[in-house]
Design a protein around this ligand. Structure first.
Ligand code: FES
Length: 283
C-alpha cells in the first residue's frame, strides 16, 4: 500500500473542474479530491487525516482547506496541517494534458520505513496520539522489527526527560510481552507504551549530557562513590560516577550490583519506585 505506483487516471476536463471547483475520483485505495483553486490544479486524499471524513465537504479560502467536521485546516498545496492534532493530508501528483486533468491514483512514500520513523519522532515530540498511532501502524506495515520501534521510543524517553518516567516502565513491561502477543495486540502494546512515554516527556526539560570522569577508577571505588552520592542526593556526581563505570567497561552485572547497592541505601526515596525503575532500565 505504501509503494508508489505511477498510474494516472483521467479525473475530467479542466473546464469541468473549473466550473465545479472540485471533483472526486477513485484512487487505488481511496478516493482522491481534485481541486481547482485560483489557477492551480491540486489533488489530495479525500479522507481527512483526523477521522477520515470526506474533505470534499470542506471549505477553501486563501489556499487553506478547512475540514467540515472538526475544522482542521490544511495548506492546499502541500497537504500540511496548521492543526497538528489532525496530521497532514497525503497529496498526489496531478497533470493537465491537452485540457484534461490526470491524477496519480496511489499515495505512497519512497522509503516507507524512514517516513514512519520520522512521523513517530514527530508524534512523540508533540505528544499527539493520532500521529503516534499511525506511525506505529505504518512502521509495522513496513516490516520494521518491533525491537526497532521499542528502541526508538525508549531513546526518545531517555533523551527528552531528565530522569526515568513511569512511561518507560510501561513500555518495557509491554515490550516484554510482545513475543506472546497476537498481531493486533502487538500494535496496541507499542502504541500505548509510546503514548505514555510521550506524555511523560511533554513539557519536560530534555536530558542534558554529562561526561564521565577523566580518571581510571577501580570498580570498588566507583561502587562506593555511587553509594556516597546517592546518600547525599548529589545527582550530578552520581551520574558522572555511573558514566565513568560504563566508560570503564563494567559488565551489566557489575553495573546492576553498584546501582542496586546504592538504591537499597534509600529504598523508600522518591516513593519507592527506584528499584523497579532500575529493574526495568536493565531489562
Ligand atoms: S475529520 Fe476532519 S477535522 Fe476531524
Amino acid at each position: 500500500m505504501d509503494a508508489p505506483k505511477n498510474e494516472y487516471v483521467l479525473a475530467g476536463s479542466l473546464d469541468d473542474l473549473k466550473a465545479k471547483g472540485r471533483l472526486v475520483v477513485h484512487g487505488s485505495h481511496r478516493p482522491i479530491l481534485v481541486i481547482y483553486d485560483r489557477g492551480r490544479v491540486l489533488a489530495l486524499d479525500n479522507r481527512c487525516p483526523h477521522m477520515g471524513f470526506p474533505l470534499e465537504r470542506g471549505s477553501i479560502e486563501d489556499g487553506i482547506l478547512t475540514c467540515h467536521w472538526h475544522h482542521a485546516r490544511f495548506d492546499l498545496e502541500s497537504g500540511c496541517t496548521f492543526d497538528l492534532w489532525a496530521d497532514d493530508v497525503p497529496i498526489c501528483p496531478v497533470e493537465v494534458r491537452n485540457g484534461e486533468v490526470w491524477v496519480e491514483t496511489a499515495f505512497g512514500h519512497v522509503d516507507p520505513a524512514a517516513h514512519w520513523h520520522q512521523r513517530l519522532a514527530d508524534g512523540l515530540a508533540h505528544d499527539i496520539g493520532l500521529v503516534i498511532a499511525k506511525a506505529v501502524h505504518g512502521q509495522l506495515a513496513s516490516d520494521v522489527p518491533v525491537a526497532e520501534i521499542v528502541r526508538q521510543v525508549a531513546l526518545f524517553g531517555a533523551q527528552n526527560r531528565d530522569g526515568w518516567g513511569v512511561g518507560l516502565t510501561i513500555l518495557t513491561a509491554l515490550a516484554n510481552l510482545l513475543p506472546i502477543l497476537p498481531e493486533e495486540e502487538t500494535y496496541l502494546a507499542l502504541f500505548h507504551g509510546a503514548r505514555r512515554v510521550a506524555t511523560d516527556c511533554d513539557g519536560e526539560a530534555p536530558r542534558r549530557g554529562r561526561a564521565p570522569l577523566g580518571s581510571r577508577t577501580d570498580p570498588a571505588a566507583l561502587k562506593r562513590w555511587l553509594q556516597r552520592w546517592t546518600n547525599v542526593r548529589h545527582r550530578e556526581a552520581a551520574e558522572r560516577t555511573l558514566l565513568t563505570a560504563i566508560a570503564e567497561g563494567l559488565s551489566p552485572g557489575a553495573l546492576a550490583d553498584a546501582l542496586l547497592g546504592a538504591e537499597t541505601e534509600r529504598a523508600f526515596a522518591d516513593t519507592g519506585h527506584s528499584l523497579d525503575f532500575i529493574n526495568k532500565a536493565f531489562e
